[in-house]
Design a binder for this molecule. Structure first.
Ligand code: MN
Length: 716
C-alpha cells in the first residue's frame, strides 16, 4: 500500500475528494513519524496508511481518512493537535483528538472494566467515527501482531477479544469483528487455531466443489422463479465461530454447518422468503437452525435469513439470504451511515431509515443527520443511566447519571468520600453539587481528617445523588453517634461505679457486658449512653453481688429512723461534730416511745421522748429538732459507710439528712470535718436495706446543692 493507491481507491468511490489535501495529510504524517519504525521493521507511516486504507475500503469520508492518516501524530510526534487543526480544520482535529484520548484508556482492576470500557467507547467518543478509526487502528495492529513479543501478543489479543471485537459487533461492523476475532484467537489458543485451519485447508477442495454444486442447483431453481440473485457465493470462513462451536458446543468439525455455507443476495424482502422456500424445498431443513432476522433484526440492526439444510450428498449446508441493503448493514453496521454515497444514488429514504441505527429519536426531515445529534440520541437511548469519568490515573469509573463529586469520592473509597472537601474537573475547581459528565477527568480534594457534613444528606441541596454514597454517609453518622454514645456510657458508668465505691482500675467492661447479656463492651457502653440501660442498674447488680459474697450482719438496735417528712423548721447546723446519737438522760426514752432528735453542738443527735419537758421548752432552738423514730427490728439492713464531699455551707448536713430521711433510710452515724478550703467531708453510716436503695440515695445526695460527690467507701 502506498499513498497513490490509497488516493486512487478513494477517488473511485468519491470522485469529488480533495486529492491534494489527502496527500498533504500523508506528507505531514510521513515527516512527523520520520525515523520511527514499526516492530515489523516498516517505517511507522505504513501503519497510518493501512489504517486509512481499512477506512477507505468502507468508503469513509475524506475527513475521517485524513484523521486516520494523522491518528498517531499528536501522541507520538512533536507535531501538535493545533497544527493539525490549523492545516486540516476542526473536524479532523476532533477525530484525531478522540482517537488519542481513547488510546489513553487503561484497563483497571474492576471486573466490569471491559464492559465499562466498551460502553465508554460509545459514550465518550465525540462521534462514532472516532471509535471506528480506533477499530481500524486495532485491526492493523492485530494484523502485525506477529512482530511483537509473546507476552504483548497475548495481552493485546485478549484485549482485542474482550473489548474491540465485541465493540465491532455492537457497531455491527461484521467484517472487522470477524477478522479481529480470528486474529486474536490465533494468539490466545494457537493450538486449536492451527487445528481448525488445517482441517479447513484439508477439506478445501471438497468444500469448494460442494459449494459450487449447491450454487448451481440453487441458481437453476431461482431462475425458474424469475429471481436473479445479485450474488450467490460461498461465505467467508470465520474460524472463531467454528472454534466456539467446537469448544463450547463440543461439536465435531464435521458437524459444523457453517464450514459449508453459501450466501444469497437478492433484490428485495419478498425474494428473500421466496429463496428460503426454494432452499427448504430442495433440501431437508435441519430443525432448530432457522432464524428470521428480517422479521426480528438483531440489536445492531443485522437482518438476514439463516437456515441450515442437509444439502447435496447428504452433507450439511448453511444458507444466508438477504438483500443488498441488509448485506451492507451486515458488513458495515453503523459505519454504513457514513459510507460515501454518490448524489442521487439508489439508497433510498427507506435505507437511511434502517441504517440510522438507534436513531428513532431523530427527526426525519433532516436528510443527513448531524453526527452530534446522532450520538446524543445514542447516548440518551442507551447510556442515559450512566456517565463515564476518568480518575487522575486514567481509570474509567462508571457512575449513575447526575452523580456529583461526592458520589464519585465515595465510589472510589469510603474514606475519600468522608474527607471530600472539593473537586477539580479537568483541572478546574467545581462546586460540590456539580454534575459529572462523560469523559471528564475528576480529582477529589480531601481534608486530612474529618467526616461528611449533615448537609450532604439534604436532598434539596443535590450534593449526593447515589444511594451508595448516601448509605455511606448515614453509616458514618451512625458510627459517629455510636462512638459518642459509647463515650457517654463510659462516663456515666464510671461515675456511677465510683460513687458505689468500686475500684475502676481493674473493672473489665467486657465481663460486665457479658454479665448484662451484651455482645461486647462497646455495645454495653452504647446502651448505657443511650440510656437503654441505666448505670444504677449496673451498680445495683454489682452491689448485690458483693453483698451476697460478704453476708454482712444486720445492724444492732437501737438507731434513729427519721420519718418521711423532716420538720419544716430550719435547722442550723454548722461546724464539726460527732453525729452519733445517744439517748437523752432527762427522759430516758425506750424503744417504742414517741421520740424526737435534738441536734446538739458537737455531740451528735440526742434522742428525747416527744413529751420530754426539755423538748417542749425548746422554742428558741426548734430548728435543731428533727423527727426520729425507732428502727423496726425485723427490717434487715446493713451498714454502709458513705463519704460525702461538699463545699461547706449553712444547712448542708440538714439538707443531706433530710434527703436521707425522705428516702426512708436511717443514718446511724455522721461525722463532719471542715477543711481550710471550705470543703466539708462527711462520713456517714447509712442503714441500707437494698443495693437499689443505696444507689438511689447516693444519686440524690449527689444532687444536694454544694455536694461535690457522694460515694460509698469500702473498708480500707
Ligand atoms: Mn495507531
Amino acid at each position: 500500500m502506498d499513498i497513490q493507491t490509497l488516493i486512487g481507491k478513494i477517488q473511485n468511490y468519491n470522485p469529488a475528494s480533495d486529492v491534494a489535501r489527502i496527500q498533504r495529510a500523508y506528507d505531514l504524517a510521513a515527516s512527523a513519524h520520520a525515523g520511527q519504525m514499526r516492530s515489523t521493521g516498516d517505517p511507522y507511516v505504513t501503519h497510518c496508511l493501512e489504517v486509512a486504507n481499512i477506512l477507505a475500503e468502507m468508503y469513509f469520508d475524506e475527513d475521517t481518512i485524513i484523521a486516520a492518516l494523522l491518528h498517531d501524530v499528536p501522541e507520538d510526534t512533536a507535531v501538535t493537535l493545533d497544527t493539525i487543526r490549523k492545516d486540516f480544520g476542526e473536524a479532523v482535529a476532533k477525530r484525531v483528538d478522540g482517537v488519542t484520548k481513547l488510546s489513553e484508556l487503561r484497563l483497571g482492576m474492576e471486573q466490569n472494566q471491559a464492559e465499562s470500557l466498551r460502553k465508554m467507547f460509545l459514550a465518550m467518543a465525540e462521534e462514532i467515527r472516532v471509535v471506528i478509526i480506533k477499530l481500524a487502528d486495532r485491526l492493523h495492529n492485530m494484523r502485525t501482531l506477529f512482530a511483537r513479543p509473546p507476552d504483548k501478543q497475548r495481552k493485546i489479543a485478549r484485549e482485542t477479544m474482550e473489548i474491540f471485537a465485541p465493540l465491532a459487533n455492537r457497531l455491527g461492523i461484521y467484517h472487522i469483528r470477524r477478522e479481529l476475532e480470528d486474529l486474536a484467537l490465533k494468539y490466545l489458543d494457537p493450538t486449536k487455531f492451527d487445528e481448525i485451519e488445517t482441517l479447513l485447508a484439508d477439506d478445501k477442495d471438497d468444500q469448494q466443489a460442494y459449494i459450487a454444486q449447491a450454487i448451481t442447483i440453487l441458481n437453476e431453481r431461482l431462475a425458474e422463479e424469475n429471481i436473479s440473485p445479485l450474488d450467490l457465493s460461498g461465505r467467508p470462513k470465520h474460524i472463531y465461530s467454528i472454534y466456539n462451536k467446537m469448544v463450547r458446543k463440543k461439536r465435531d468439525f464435521a458437524q459444523i454447518y457453517d464450514i459449508r455455507a453459501v450466501r444469497v443476495i437478492v433484490n428485495d424482502v419478498r425474494e428473500c422468503y421466496v429463496a428460503l422456500g426454494i432452499v427448504h424445498s430442495l433440501w431437508t431443513p435441519i430443525p432448530g437452525e432457522f432464524d428470521d432476522f428480517i422479521a426480528k433484526p438483531k440489536d445492531n440492526l443485522y437482518q438476514s435469513l439463516h437456515t441450515a439444510v442437509i444439502g447435496p450428498a447428504g452433507k450439511p449446508l448453511e444458507v444466508q439470504i438477504r438483500t443488498a441493503e441488509m448485506h451492507e448493514i451486515a458488513e458495515f453496521g453503523v459505519a454504513a451511515h457514513w459510507r460515501y454515497k454518490e448524489p442521487g444514488s439508489k439508497h433510498s429514504a427507506e435505507f437511511e431509515q434502517k441504517i440510522n441505527w438507534m436513531r428513532q429519536l431523530v427527526e426525519w426531515k433532516h436528510d443527513i443527520v448531524d453526527a452530534r445529534v446522532f450520538l446524543d440520541s445514542v447516548k440518551t437511548d442507551i447510556f442515559q443511566d450512566q456517565v463515564y469519568v476518568f480518575t487522575p490515573r486514567g481509570d474509567i469509573i462508571e457512575m449513575a447519571a447526575g452523580a456529583t463529586p461526592i458520589d464519585f469520592a465515595y465510589h472510589v473509597h469510603t474514606e475519600v468520600g468522608n474527607r471530600c472537601r472539593g473537586a477539580k474537573i479537568n483541572g478546574k475547581i467545581v462546586p460540590l453539587d456539580y454534575r459529572l459528565k462523560t469523559g471528564e477527568r475528576i480529582e477529589i480534594l480531601t481534608a486530612k481528617k474529618g467526616g461528611p457534613s449533615r448537609d450532604w444528606l439534604n436532598p434539596s441541596l443535590g450534593l449526593v445523588r447515589t444511594a451508595r454514597a448516601r448509605e455511606k454517609i448515614r453509616n458514618w453518622f451512625k458510627h459517629q453517634e455510636r462512638a459518642e454514645a459509647i463515650a457517654d456510657g463510659r462516663a456515666v458508668l464510671e461515675r456511677e461505679l465510683h460513687r458505689s465505691g468500686f475500684d475502676l482500675r481493674d473493672k473489665n467492661f467486657e465481663d460486665l457486658a457479658k454479665f448484662f447479656n451484651y455482645k461486647n463492651a462497646d455495645d454495653f457502653l452504647e446502651a448505657l449512653g443511650h440510656e437503654d440501660l441505666s448505670a444504677t442498674t449496673v451498680s445495683v447488680k454489682l452491689l448485690e453481688a458483693e453483698r451476697a459474697k460478704h453476708e454482712l450482719p444486720p445492724l444492732e438496735l437501737p438507731t434513729v429512723r427519721p420519718p418521711l417528712k423532716p420538720p419544716e423548721t430550719k435547722i442550723e447546723f454548722g461546724g464539726v461534730g460527732n453525729l452519733l446519737h445517744h439517748l437523752a438522760k432527762c427522759c430516758n426514752p425506750l424503744p417504742g416511745d414517741e421520740v424526737l432528735g435534738f441536734i446538739t453542738r458537737g455531740r451528735g443527735i440526742t434522742i428525747h421522748r416527744r413529751d420530754c419537758p426539755n423538748m417542749l421548752n425548746m422554742d428558741l432552738e426548734r430548728e435543731r429538732i428533727i423527727n426520729v423514730d425507732w428502727r423496726k427490728t425485723d427490717q434487715a439492713a446493713y451498714p454502709v459507710l458513705v463519704q460525702i464531699r461538699a463545699f461547706d455551707r449553712a444547712g448542708l448536713l440538714h439538707d443531706i439528712s433530710g434527703v436521707v430521711a425522705e428516702n426512708g433510710v436511717s443514718m446511724s452515724s455522721a461525722n463532719v470535718a471542715t477543711n481550710k478550703d471550705h470543703t466539708a467531708l462527711i462520713n456517714a453510716t447509712l442503714e441500707i436495706s437494698s443495693a437499689d436503695q443505696l444507689t438511689r440515695i447516693l444519686a440524690k445526695i449527689d444532687r444536694v446543692p454544694n455536694v461535690i460527690e457522694a460515694r460509698r467507701v469500702t473498708n480500707a
